[in-house]
Design a protein around this ligand. Structure first.
Ligand SMILES: [Zn+2]
Length: 133
């Protein structure tokens, strides 16, 4: 989650803007929420597909998180699991196949946790490694 102090549209005082992602059983969602302590103005936006610019902000702030398979022989099975669970497109599957052997996925911390969680439910062990961008 990123927290930024920005000027409130309503009263011109400073308020807190929070940007982040969270995940449920089936997907990663994003949100952007603002709250002004001075005048109480607040708004929240959220959605399914994280906008590229917002995702880049998160990657810059939190670093790139990689999901690394403990058993790289399970790679094909892992991709199959993710494809079935998440309904990945062929494009996304190709991206996954193109990564280094043990690295299954690279993305934000929330996306990585989500993938790790999906794999764990199917008995596939993985760990998350983070690198600053
Ligand atoms: Zn305000």
């Amino acid at each position: 989650m990123i927290s930024q102090i920005i000027k409130c549209d309503g009263c011109k005082n400073s308020g807190e803007l929070r940007i982040g992602q969270s995940y449920s059983e089936k997907k990663v969602v994003w949100y952007k929420s603002f709250r002004c302590a001075s005048c109480g103005q607040a708004y929240e936006v959220d959605g399914d597909d994280t906008p590229e610019e917002l995702r880049n902000l998160l990657l810059d702030e939190e670093g790139v998180h990689s999901v690394v398979l403990m058993d790289k022989k399970k790679r094909t099975f892992s991709i199959k699991v993710l494809r079935n669970t998440l309904g990945l497109s062929m494009e996304e599957v190709k991206d996954m196949l193109a990564k280094k052997d043990e690295v299954l996925f690279e993305g934000t911390s929330t996306e990585a946790k989500f993938i790790e969680n999906c794999l764990a439910k199917n008995g596939i062990e993985s760990i998350i490694q983070s690198n600053s961008r």
